[in-house]
Each structure stands twice: as structure tokens, then as C-alpha cells.
Write a protein that binds this ligand. Structure first.
Ligand SMILES: [Zn+2]
Ligand SMILES: [Zn+2]
Length: 84
């Protein structure tokens, strides 16, 4: 299985190259941490975006809980409070 490099369409319509062989910078404003576009740095579980993530890529300092960026982690918490 080759997940080193592949193309995806982001929720916002951008087509980008993703995969752990693709070098990138954390997408958090002002953060310049070097990361790659592997699933380890993905917000959520699906690079195209899903209910649990925005499909952005963030460094380990800007991923929280179950691999989510700040805004997505906050959204999930809110949803859980409502349904609880
Ligand atoms: Zn996110
Ligand atoms: Zn970062």
C-alpha cells in the first residue's frame, strides 16, 4: 500500500498533495513547525475532511485529544455536551 504521496481534494476545494513523504508546515497561524502530510499530523481521520476534523495538518503542539486542531476539538466538545 502506498500512502507516501497522493492527491486529495480538501473540503474547501483545494487540490493538494498529501502523504507522509510530503513536507509541510503546521497550518496553525504563526506556527512554522516542520511536519509532513501523513495521517499522524492530520486533523481528523480523513484527509478530505470528515465529521471529526477539518483535514488540516498541524504539528503535535497544535493537535489535541484524538488528533484534532484547536477549533475542531472545541467543536467536538460542544457537540458532546449537547448530546450528553
Ligand atoms: Zn481541524
Ligand atoms: Zn503548530
Amino acid at each position: 500500500m502506498g500512502y507516501a504521496r497522493y492527491e486529495i481534494t480538501r473540503p474547501n476545494g483545494d487540490r493538494i498533495e498529501a502523504g507522509y513523504a510530503v513536507q509541510a508546515v503546521c497550518e496553525k497561524d504563526g506556527c512554522e513547525a516542520q511536519i509532513d502530510r501523513g495521517l499522524a499530523y492530520l486533523c481528523g481521520k480523513d484527509p478530505r475532511g470528515d465529521d471529526h476534523g477539518c483535514g488540516g495538518y498541524f504539528c503535535e503542539n497544535h493537535l489535541y485529544g484524538d488528533n484534532r486542531c484547536g477549533p475542531c476539538a472545541a467543536k467536538i466538545e460542544e457537540a458532546e455536551e449537547v448530546s450528553a
